[in-house]
Design a protein around this ligand. Sequence first.
Ligand SMILES: Nc1ncnc2c1ncn2[C@@H]1O[C@H](COP(=O)(O)OP(=O)(O)OP(=O)(O)O)[C@@H](O)[C@H]1O
Length: 243
Amino acid sequence: MEPVIQIKDLNKSFGDNHVLRNFNMAINAGENLAILGKSGSGKSVLIKCIISLMEVDSGEMIVLGKDIQLLNSDELDSLRAEVGFLFQSNALYDSMTIRENLEFPLRRHWSKEERKKGADAAVKEALEDVGLSHTIDMMPAELSGGMRKRIALARALILRPKVIMYDEPTTGLDPITSREISNLMLSVQKKYKSAALIISHDLNCIKMTSNRVIMLIEGTRYAEDTYENLRKSEDPKIKEFFD
Ligand SMILES: Nc1ncnc2c1ncn2[C@@H]1O[C@H](COP(=O)(O)OP(=O)(O)OP(=O)(O)O)[C@@H](O)[C@H]1O
């Protein structure tokens, strides 16, 4: 089966700063792939290139069978409906209730008719998925950091994406809440058979959620293996991450 995301020989520089160098990566359907790299190694730049928020210098990016550099803005918009994002900041709208926050992507991607028929059920199911049905009429400010993260995940799920991008999903959360989020990420993968790109510093999160890990070092795919195999590596550059 064709990978859901395929990156070939991606290069991205800012002046003399060559952030990504002939970077290659493929995510298969239903697979959780994590990218582990030091601060400043280019993980966020990579996500921005994949969702076309940033232009690349050279390389190819095929997302759900489409070469994203060849898409016009309408085509990009509909592709983005199939890709869910969980941003580090959660990006919830503070002035909207939880229901309104979850309806937001539906307003953009569903017709009025579709929303009339299905929005209420979709919002309720997404909230159930993250165990927060009771917050439907609350405001984001009334929720804890971990709850806001779960709501952001519910919003990412509402359009049933085939692939989800997790940008530092557990950063800033305590270990117990981080584990809850990691467990949720696993149950999402199981229930929706979605694939994921997970960018994280949190080794526990990566250990729990990823099927495969790419080590991004000096802009390249330095190593790629399961978490357990990488943890056992004797390579000093890899060991550094686990010590
Ligand atoms: N818009 C930009 N203009 C210039 N340089 C940039 C820009 N965005 C990122 N960079 C540079 O690209 C490099 C990679 O940054 P990036 O944010 O991708 O790192 P990261 O691996 O996500 O780090 P962290 O884990 O700290 O979030 C850094 O050297 C950064 O300064």
